[in-house]
Every structure is written in structure tokens, then in C-alpha cells.
Design a protein around this ligand. Structure first.
Ligand code: FEO
Ligand code: CA
Ligand code: CA
Ligand code: CA
Length: 744
């Protein structure tokens, strides 16, 4: 029901292939259709909130002290800066006293003999340059002698996701001189550039004096692209579902793509989440019949690749070479096992991939035990000696689920600095239990194991699972089977270092409705409780356009808990929106925001950094980053949202966290036009914060390619970085003039 045109980045980022009927489950339990509560008078078209009065009783014990302690240093005031105003300017705005340096942008040479970037569309060799659409990012310190270091604050490696590219009508137009060929077949030379700007980069950065730079010639620099050789690890390794012409043994796959959120393991490796990978693949019409309508056709539909699906860029049309043919996910061969075609190629994408950034020659591994879906970040709960490790993850598509992996191996602190880092990954990430979350209206919830030990999985007739590998590859189907709660697009998660609580951004969902039609629209429920209309340039946006942030506490603070408590920490809203059911967190002009996406707790200051990837409030402000000092699960109230409707009143009971104050939530940064703010990591002194400006100018029409005056953005060229006026995704570093920590 969104009436404004989708942004380019939304077209392939908002698949809604979850049409299972199960989890209105929670809405059935929580949202009671009741004529008794029907509003009288008819004047109010908005829902009204009835405060439950009592504070949450379901909250876990033992957190009281933890949530009040501050991680401020003596004499330091966290969030002491003045809030940055909303802005539509084509600049990066930060508070007074803060400095922004641009250090690494699309096309910058990082490997071999790549030439200086010209930024006029003529550049090639992108497998030796910075990729596009910088996203999640982690810091890995280096000592002066080039050894891994947890304490270095002036030399390190940034591992950076290059998620996607700014495109229109097939072509990534800013990297082609004339914008490229926007019809099929695509030219091989254009496709080679477009594939190579995806993947990840490792790049060395250094501080000299008070200036940060990347090092073009560092031996640590590395690119992984969609063509790189990567190992499959965990339950799916060697499984028949992974057999391809490229890897007849099902042990490898080619490349990583659409890398979005990240993670940092306790043993010092990088995790990168593959998100909207499905859209890059083509399936020809009639492919279901060629597969005899078997389980693989069911799986492909569930992952957004019904037969006849067009690919995002048409890469499969660039030639007969294997590197192009692999983007056609149809059954074209005659083998029984798929070893002569790419019918199983899609099963090689959709994982959390582990990379040892300190060892540029070591193969990366896809950790299949963590499940296959549209991964965002993968964040560890606190590592406690003798206990298993928990990894929290979300699946970012409309109506998808939240997940947790719990390792079989118990944490050994000696593994914090192992001789073989990928070996530690094998130990903790290849065997364990995978769970999905169900949230109840009373503020409790369950983690439900996705294995054949769970009867609902074992007995699921819509897709009979063969083994754990099948569950790991078809995780969404297994979560359907157990009735997990369908969420408003789970993006990043983060763990509060003060109390171990886990935060999930739920960025928005146009498919929430009070009058659902079709299988993909849902009523609001306890953990996704809002349906409202937000106006943008005079046009209505429906569902939950502004998103919210849910948080949970594990029972007994245990990583292996199967029960939890939860509430909604924050509801995105415009400051002027009605308090109910929209601005439930009472946001002011210094705090209001829409579509939270990136979320990261600094382990040094404890500040929760919230970043937006928004298309709803962008008539009033560019995307932004806010700093927060949140409380804890249960610090607010139980609230009932009453929605008047044709069939009576829909009452949705939810749990609303304590509203932030001017001292606990503040806008820190606003980005240039058309961008998303994403990725966050710091030097361990908390004095240099690295973030990414993704897709500035993404609203530029391809037809404007030869007229920079018509670009939506000219950043970072207009800020003095590099040649040309074509906008470029870039990494920036933020420091404070007085040498203080970031966010003070
Ligand atoms: Fe790549 Fe869900 O953001
Ligand atoms: Ca609006
Ligand atoms: Ca994201
Ligand atoms: Ca995003």
C-alpha cells in the first residue's frame, strides 16, 4: 500500500516471499478482535492507546544494577554534544567540535597496479579497487610490527561489506561512461565491472599525526568478490543440495554477494552476512516442470525465486562462460545430481561467511549451521568461560524471522587469541543448535529449535526435511513450520555491554494492515504492533513506515536459554505524529527518525549507535545516526493499542519501553542526499569512529548521467575527496577536536 514510488534500493531489498499462513499465530493470541472495545463517536480515525498501568511483570531479574551503571570516564558526559538538526543538505553534518574525514571511497585503488580512480565511468579493474555501497564494517587492530593487536589505536584493518550498487533498469550506471546498456543481453565488459564492485574488502588504515588514511599498497589489502572461491562449512558441506558444476562435491561455492551486516567473533575473525542475494539470479519459465515440481521448486519459491524470475542486472546474459551462466538458476543439464548445471547455485548463497582478515590467502568459509536467509549482522552474546556461545541474527525481508545459534562447544578463553583463527571458527560455528523466535503478547517469548528433534519440523508435510543440512539450507521453511513470529523486517542486532540484552532493528513493513488482503499482508501483533499512515510529499505511506527497535533478555542471562522477555525499546516516528499509535516513544525534533537499520553498541563507551536507511521521512531529512543510552527490558509499560475497524475493534497488547529523554537519545549525524548511514566500529580508545555513507545520490535518474547538475548528490567530490562529481559510497572517520571519545 505504499503509494510513493519505491526507492531503487527497495526494489530488490524488500522481497516478501513468506506467504505461509502460520504466524498470524501470535496475532491470534495477542490481538483480540473485540466488539466490546469498539470505539464510539466515530470522530477518531486514529487508534487510541490504553495504558496498562502496571509496569511489566515479565521482566527478568538481576538486571537492576547493571542497567544503571554508566560507562562514562571520570569527568566525561556521554551524549554531552548538542543534537544535530535534521537536514536535506548534501553534506555530512556532525556536532560542533567533531571532525569528519573521508578515507576510502568507491573505486579507490587497493590492490596490485590499479590506477588512480577517475570517476568518469571509464575505470575498470574493480576487483583491485574499493567496491560499491559500503555497508557493515569491523575494525581489526595491527601492531606497529604488523601483528594482530587488540589495543592498537592508530593502525588497523577495516573489513568492509560492499553490498550492492546504485542501479536503474539493470545497469549500475555511475560506473559506466554513458550509464551502460539497460537492456538484455548485457555486455560482458559492463557485467565484469558490476560483479567486481560487490563482495567485501579488507583495507589497511593508519593515523599519521591527526590524519587518517587508507594504505593502497598494504599487503593485508584484499577483495572477495562474487567470483572468489569460498568453502562451504558446517552441516551443508558436501550435501547434495550444494552440488553444482563448479563444485560437484558440494564443498565450495563461488563468491559472496549482497553483504550487508557484519559480526566480530571472540577469536578475532570477520563475519559478513549475505542479504538480498536471491535477486541476482534468473530462473526461466517452465523450470518447475523440469524439476518435476520437486522440493527444490518449493524451496526456490520460498526464497523469492519463482520460475520466470528476472535477475537484477541480467548478468546471466553476458555470455556462455561459466561465470555468467552460473547466474541462471534453472535446471538446464541432464544429470541427476545437478553436477552439470547451476540448478542448485542459489543454495550456495545466503549464509554468514567467516573471513580471517589477517591471513589474505586463507579461504573464507560459509557457516551453514547459522542458517540460510537474508542475513544482516551476526552478533555474539557475552562470551563466558565454560558456557556455549550465542549468535543473534535477523532475516531482513518483510514478515521474516529472528534467529539464534548456540554453539555446542563451550567457550574457552584461550581461544581469544588462537594460533589458527579459522580453526576456532570450525570449533564454535560448525556445530550447534539453531533457533527461531516467537514473541508473546505478555512480554515473554520462546526460542524454538530448528531440528528434526522438533516435531513440527520433523512432521512438516509442506516440505519434508531430509536432515539438518536441509534445515540449514531451507531455514525459512523450518521457521514457518514451527510458527515463528513474522517481523517487520529484522535488520541489525546488537548486544548491550551493560546487561547482555539483545536489540533488533525492525526497519519498516508496508505489509502490516488492519484489513489484510492476500497472503503477505498481516494484522499488527504484539511485537509488531503499529499500523498507521504517514504522509510524504502529500502521499500516504501505510503499514509501519517508520519501524521500531525490539529488545530481549534471555532467561537467566543464559546464552542457551529457550525462553526470554522482550519489549520495544523505541518506535521510529516523526516528532509531530500522533502519540498513539505512532509516536509511542515521544520523540522530539532532536531525536525523531524513521527506518532504523544499523545498530551497534560501542563496547568502550556503551553508547548504542542507531543508523537509518529510510525512504519515509526523506522529504524532511536525509538519513542519520543517533546516539542512545537505553535502559532495559521492562522499564516501560504494557500498552494496548485499539484500532477501530469495520469488523469491530482490534486491540493489540504490546510492551513499550520507557520513553527516551533529551539526555538518553540524540541525533549525532545527518548524511548527504540520497544516502543510507551504515556500518560502525571504533578504535579501542573510543576516539575514532568509522562509519559508511552508502549510496549518496541513489535517487539520481540514469538519464542524468551526463549532467552532474541533475545528480541528487555530488558527495564526496563536493567535500574535496577525489575527482569528478559522480557520487560515491565512502567510509568516513569521525574524531573529536579535543581528543575526547566519540559521543561525549
Ligand atoms: Fe542491507 Fe537490510 O539492509
Ligand atoms: Ca511524513
Ligand atoms: Ca542494512
Ligand atoms: Ca538497508
Amino acid at each position: 500500500m505504499t503509494h510513493t514510488p519505491p526507492r531503487p534500493s527497495d526494489i530488490f531489498n524488500n522481497e516478501d516471499s513468506n506467504t505461509t499462513s502460520n504466524p498470524t499465530f501470535d496475532s491470534v493470541l495477542s490481538a483480540r478482535l473485540s466488539r466490546r472495545n469498539m470505539l464510539r463517536g466515530g470522530a477518531s480515525a486514529a487508534a487510541s492507546a490504553v495504558l496498562g498501568g502496571a509496569a511489566l511483570t515479565g521482566c527478568a531479574t538481576g538486571a537492576g544494577d547493571a542497567m544503571t551503571h554508566s560507562m562514562a570516564l571520570p569527568g566525561e558526559k556521554l551524549l554531552g554534544f548538542p543534537a544535530v538538526a535534521k537536514s536535506l543538505a548534501d553534506v555530512v553534518s556532525v556536532p560542533p567540535g567533531y571532525k569528519v574525514e573521508i578515507i576510502y571511497a568507491l573505486g579507490d585503488p587497493i590492490l596490485g597496479n590499479a590506477t588512480p580512480f577517475k570517476n568518469d565511468g571509464s575505470d575498470a579493474d574493480f576487483d583491485k579497487r574499493a567496491g560499491d555501497h559500503h555497508d557493515g564494517m569491523e575494525w581489526f587492530g595491527l601492531s606497529e610490527s604488523g601483528q594482530p593487536s587488540r589495543s592498537s589505536v592508530s593502525r588497523g584493518l577495516l573489513a568492509i561489506n560492499h553490498e550492492a550498487t546504485t542501479d536503474e533498469k539493470l545497469t549500475s550506471f555511475f560506473i559506466h561512461t554513458d550509464g551502460g546498456k539497460a537492456s538484455l543481453p548485457r555486455p560482458a565488459a559492463e557485467v565484469d565491472k558490476e560483479t567486481a564492485i560487490h563482495g567485501i574488502a579488507v583495507v589497511e588504515v593508519r593515523k599519521s599525526g591527526d590524519k587518517w588514511n587508507y594504505l593502497a599498497s598494504s599487503p593485508f589489502n584484499r577483495r572477495l568478490t562474487p567470483q572468489s572461491d569460498i568453502e562451504i562449512s558446517g552441516p551443508a558441506r558436501g550435501n547434495r543440495l550444494l552440488v553444482t558444476k563448479y563444485s560437484p562435491t558440494g564443498t565450495k561455492t563461488r563468491g559472496t554477494i549482497n553483504n550487508c551486516g557484519t559480526g566480530l567473533t571472540p577469536w578475532g575473525t570477520f563475519l559478513t552476512g549475505e542479504e538480498n542475494w536471491a535477486g541476482y539470479f534468473h530462473r526461466t519459465a517452465g523450470d518447475d516442470a523440469r524439476r518435476n515440481n520437486d522440493k527444490s521448486a518449493t524451496s526456490l519459491r520460498r526464497y523469492g525465486r519463482g520460475q520466470g524470475a528476472a535477475s537484477r542486472h541480467g548478468w546471466e546474459t553476458a555470455g556462455t562462460e561459466d561465470k555468467y551462466a552460473r547466474w541462471n538458476n534453472s535446471k538446464t543439464g541432464t544429470s541427476a545430481d545437478g553436477s552439470d548445471d547451476y540448478r542448485n547455485e542459489l543454495n550456495g548463497q545466503g549464509y554468514v561467511v567467516e573471513v580471517d582478515v589477517y591471513e589474505p590467502t586463507k579461504l573464507a568459509k560459509k557457516r551453514s549451521a547459522l542458517g540460510r536467509y537474508a542475513h544482516e549482522s551476526a552478533v555474539f552474546g557475552k562470551a563466558v568461560a565454560g558456557q556455549p556461545l550465542a549468535v543473534y541474527m535477523g532475516d531482513d525481508s518483510r514478515n521474516e524471522y529472528i534467529y539464534k545459534f548456540v554453539s555446542d562447544a563451550k567457550w574457552d578463553p584461550a581461544d581469544a587469541n588462537p594460533a589458527n583463527r579459522m580453526g576456532a571458527g570450525d570449533k564454535y560455528l560448525d556445530s550447534g543448535k539453531l533457533y527461531t523466535a516467537k514473541f508473546n503478547s505478555d512480554g515473554t517469548g520462546q526460542w524454538i529449535e530448528l531440528s528434526l528433534n522438533t516435531p513440527a519440523v520433523k512432521n512438516y508435510t509442506a516440505y519434508p526435511f531430509a536432515d539438518q543440512a536441509d534445515i540449514c539450507v531451507n531455514t525459512r521453511v523450518a521457521a514457518d513450520a514451527v510458527g515463528a513470529t513474522k517481523m517487520d523486517r529484522p535488520e541489525w542486532c546488537g548486544v548491550n555491554p551493560k546487561n547482555g540484552e539483545v536489540y533488533f532493528t525492525l526497519t519498516n513493513n508496508s505489509n502490516r494492515s488492519l484489513t489484510p488482503t492476500g497472503s503477505s499482508q498481516l494484522l499488527p501483533d504484539a511485537s509488531n504492533p503499529r499500523v498507521y499512515t504517514d504522509m510524504k510529499n502529500g502521499k500516504p505511506q501505510s503499514g509501519n513506515p517508520n519501524g521500531h527497535i525490539l529488545r530481549l533478555r534471555e532467561a537467566g542471562n543464559s546464552p542457551s536459554a529457550t525462553t526470554l522477555t522482550w519489549d520495544v525499546y523505541l518506535f521510529g516516528a516523526e516528532a509531530g505524529a500522533p502519540a498513539s499509535p505512532v509516536n509511542l516513544s515521544n520523540l522530539t525534533d532532536d531525536q525523531d527518525m524513521s527506518s532504523p537499520d544499523g545498530l551497534w553498541f560501542s563496547p568502550y563507551t556503551g553508547i548504542c549507535w542507531i543508523q537509518t536507511d529510510d525512504g519515509a521521512y526523506t522529504d524532511k531529512t536525509n538519513c542519520m545516526m543517533l546516539a542512545a543510552l537505553p535502559g532495559q527490558v521492562g522499564d516501560g509499560k504494557q500498552v494496548t493499542l485499539n484500532y477501530p475497524g469495520a469488523n469491530g475493534n482490534l486491540a493489540v497488547q504490546t510492551q513499550v519501553g520507557k520513553a527516551p529523554t533529551a539526555n538518553t537519545l540524540k541525533r549525532f549525524l545527518v548524511g548527504p542526499a540520497g544516502c543510507e548511514i551504515t556500518g560502525a566500529c571504533e578504535t579501542p580508545d573510543g576516539k575514532a569512529l568509522f562509519i559508511n555513507i552508502q549510496h549518496p545520490g541513489e535517487g539520481t535518474p540514469m538519464a542524468a548521467i551526463s549532467d552532474p547538475a541533475k545528480y541528487q548528490s555530488q558527495w564526496p567530490g563536493n567535500a574535496g575527496y577525489g575527482p569528478g562529481k559522480r557520487p560515491r559510497s565512502a567510509t568516513i572517520v569521525i574524531t573529536k577536536a579535543d581528543g575526547g571519545r566519540i559521543g561525549t
